[in-house]
Write a protein that binds this ligand. Structure first.
Ligand code: AQP
Length: 333
């Protein structure tokens, strides 16, 4: 039987290699399986949990759609839409926020990381973000959620919320309890400047990430400047444990080449980083340049992108509004 897939990407600009290898690449494979029903959401409501410039946000919404399509998601096969235009998401999020417990949210590490030392000044939305994420997923009878490793905890919370709602209202299986689809290897791509930090859009240095809109020279330059250590490449996987930057770069190479770490290590063991980096740049250019060229082309076709969103919103709204109406009945509205 096919899977019902839901996942989202925030339109916060600078979509990067981590987003691609951790999530979007997986979306494409799931989209290509004819048995699956996929919904891919541009989560603009999530984006405004931190300040956004309205004009940039509008452009970033289109850029996210363009990235989905340029990466290989077929808008005829999968639903692509933006969250703010399907009001069931906000409605369900409110109801589910009355089911979720403060204690559960207090444990979310992403809030702690993003709010930093000044939690008092973080938006309430940033705190309750995982409840909205649960609503997104649960509205579509989702069976599987493809995400990067950083979203694992939010997905566990979503499962807890679904189960508590089903229990509280004595409605077994009303919400399907979704399974995470997190790749076993390479599910967390790290910064090119610091192997202990996640590659991220909000990192101030552009040299820390490969953007999906980077050109060939930018990619080559970023890989040249990527942090490494002074040792030659290792001979075993175990040796990588204490070498986070080397592990990350070999991981990126392996993921692009669809190889496991062991195979890549065999290919490069004992060689120096400059030789490896050349091969890595080549693999990146081969993968990223066709995507970045297509993104740039699609960004000139605003009407086409807007039509995809409009059609996607109509399809998504049909599914989500039906589910939210049932939620109303169940809670007694
Ligand atoms: N470094 C990463 N490695 C693997 N997967 C990643 N994802 C994000 N970063 C990595 C996955 O990409 C999907 C979309 O993420 P998002 O854009 O909605 O939000 P995010 O996880 O907050 O992305 P960033 O880049 O880390 O943004 P900032 O800098 O704003 O915090 C998700 O499935 C995510 O797991």
């Amino acid at each position: 039987m096919g899977k019902k897939i839901f996942s989202g990407v925030q339109p916060t600009g600078n979509l990067h290699l981590g987003n691609y290898l951790g999530a979007i690449k997986n979306f494409v494979d799931l989209n290509n399986d004819l048995d699956n029903e996929c919904v891919f959401c541009v989560v603009d409501l999530h984006a405004i949990t931190v300040n956004q410039d309205p004009k940039e946000l509008r452009n970033n919404i289109r850029e996210t759609v363009a990235t989905f399509i340029a990466s290989g998601i077929d808008p005829e096969k999968s639903i692509i839409f933006n969250q703010s235009k399907v009001s069931a998401h906000s409605e369900a999020a409110w109801i589910l926020s009355c089911v979720a417990r403060m204690g559960w949210l207090n444990r979310m590490t992403q809030f702690k990381e993003k709010a930093g030392n000044d939690k008092e000044k973080a938006s309430v939305g940033l705190y309750s973000y995982p409840v909205l994420m649960a609503a997104d997923i649960l509205l579509y009878e989702t069976t599987h959620v493809p995400v990067g490793d950083d979203q694992k905890q939010h997905l566990e919370l979503c499962r807890d919320i679904a189960q508590k709602f089903n229990n509280d209202f004595k409605f077994e299986d009303f919400f399907k309890v979704p399974e995470p689809l997190i790749q076993k290897e390479f599910s967390r791509i790290m910064s090119l400047k610091d192997g202990s930090k996640k590659m991220s859009k909000s990192e101030s240095s552009d040299l820390s990430r490969i953007n999906l809109t980077d050109d060939k020279d930018q990619i080559i330059n970023k890989i040249k400047k990527a942090k490494t250590d002074t040792l030659p490449l290792p001979e075993t996987v175990a040796e990588l444990e204490k070498r986070p930057e080397a592990k990350n770069l070999i991981g990126i190479y392996s993921s692009l080449a669809n190889k496991n770490l062991e195979k890549s290590i065999k290919e490069f063991s004992g060689k120096n980083f400059s030789e490896f980096k050349e091969k890595l740049s080549q693999a990146l250019v081969e993968k990223i340049i066709p995507i970045s060229t297509e993104i740039k082309k699609l960004l000139n076709e605003k009407e086409y992108l807007d039509t995809i969103l409009l059609k996607g919103c109509e399809k998504a709204d049909k599914i989500a509004s039906k589910k939210v109406n049932k939620i109303h009945e169940i809670v007694g509205f």
